[in-house]
Design a protein around this ligand. Structure first.
Ligand code: HEM
Length: 143
């Protein structure tokens, strides 16, 4: 049997479209995430997430044609992403994934990726060092 991409296994475009839509439905009412998005351009952001994810998992490559190389960490530098923001982003994504009811193995593959990717997107320390174990561990002695 020919190998299937994750893109095909989860159901292709309809899956990623629904995932991105559900995710942004949550973002819209999130007190940390919503203010990061200028005015109401969530439709544009939703489309970019859809294009990126389907390409990442082996689907059509329109993202790179429209946006160029993903370089996601660089694209997120403009936003203040501390642990609290990361946690809220992941909570929205968890909700969106739950709504898709994927088989456990596929859900695990996507969730594992999202948690790692979100970890790599952090670019700011939390205001309260007690919320941030790494920051707390490195400050007192390094000064
Ligand atoms: C960790 C917390 C994160 C926060 C707070 C965050 C926030 C944002 C914001 C405010 C934007 C700008 C919206 C726009 O496109 O107009 C954005 C763009 C984007 N984010 Fe995130 N993001 C996070 C993590 C992630 C992760 C883990 C991924 C991928 C798995 C991701 C994928 C994207 C993509 C594909 C774009 C559009 C990039 C482009 O083409 O310009 N983000 N994000």
């Amino acid at each position: 049997m020919a190998e299937m991409t994750v893109y095909e296994a989860v159901g292709g475009d309809p899956f990623f479209a629904e995932l991105a839509a559900e995710f942004y439905r949550r973002v819209r009412t999130d007190e940390i995430l919503a203010p990061m998005y200028g005015s109401d351009d969530l439709a544009g952001a939703e489309r970019r997430l859809f294009l990126f994810l389907r390409q990442y998992w082996g689907g059509p490559t329109d993202y790179i044609q429209e946006r160029g190389a993903p370089r996601l960490r660089m694209r997120h530098i403009a936003y203040h992403i501390d642990r609290a923001a990361q946690k809220h982003w992941l909570a929205c994504m968890r909700f969106a994934l739950d709504a898709q009811r994927l088989p456990e193995v596929l859900d695990g593959i996507l969730w594992n990726y999202f948690t790692q990717a979100a970890d790599g997107m952090r670019n700011a320390a939390d205001p309260n060092p007690a919320d941030d174990p790494e920051q707390e561990a490195s400050t007192p002695h390094d000064r």
